[in-house]
Design a protein around this ligand. Structure first.
Ligand code: HEC
Length: 183
């Protein structure tokens, strides 16, 4: 009976799993493999870092930025002259809009004729005009510009217009100078 040697054709179609051992292997693999794949995917997306996932969205800095409350308060040490902006910097940021062009009849930077009568009123008077506003110039104090920085800006624009005002002393320097002054 040569047919007996032939494998039963029905067995081929029945199943690839023929032994209990194979069954266990397949069952375990069908649970474990998806879990491993999910873990790998999560790792790739979340911790892929700059090189891996092509995004630094999960970098510590990016996360911290997203967690920030709306708006931040920047603390500047106004008592150290290094932290204060120079008169020219303040001028560029806050005054040039009018004083570079002469908009609203503002005396132009460097126009000695326009500045001479104003400079003659003295630094304190000019500073008061800037702090409180004058004519078409709104008051420049407030915001994140300190009065000391505004004073430096006044010295800058006035000196460009021919004045010879000295750089105003920083608040802390002025205070310590007063404290150490001979009595
Ligand atoms: C919105 C336009 C505008 C801006 C911004 C502005 N100014 Fe003026 N400024 C004027 C005008 C206009 C005058 C003339 C006011 C007058 O005499 O009626 C003036 C006058 C002055 C004077 C002369 C004041 C006086 O007593 O005669 C000084 C000093 C001065 N500005 C400094 C500054 C400084 C420093 C800044 C920036 C911190 C600044 N200005 C920003 C328009 C401006």
């Amino acid at each position: 009976m040569s047919d007996a040697q032939q494998p039963d054709p029905h067995d081929d179609h029945a199943s690839l799993i023929r032994t209990p051992k194979q069954l266990i292997v397949v069952v375990v693999a069908s649970f474990v493999l998806p879990v491993i794949i999910i873990i790998l995917l999560v790792n790739f997306v979340a911790f892929g870092g700059k090189k891996g996932a092509g995004s630094d969205g999960m970098s510590e800095e990016a996360v911290a930025r997203r967690l920030q409350p709306v708006g931040t308060v920047e603390l500047r040490d106004v008592s150290t002259p290094a932290a204060a902006r120079t008169g020219e910097q303040v001028y560029q940021a806050q005054c040039a809009a009018c004083h570079a062009t002469g908009a609203a009849n503002a005396p132009k930077l460097g126009d000695a004729a326009a500045w001479a009568p104003r400079v003659a009123t003295g630094f304190e008077a000019l500073l008061a005009s800037v702090l409180n506003g004058k004519g078409a110039m709104p008051k420049q104090s407030g915001g994140d510009t300190t009065d000391h920085e505004l004073a430096r800006a006044v010295v800058y624009v006035a000196n460009q217009g021919g004045a010879k005002f000295a750089e105003p002393a920083a608040p802390a320097a002025a205070a310590s100078a007063a404290a150490s002054a001979p009595k």
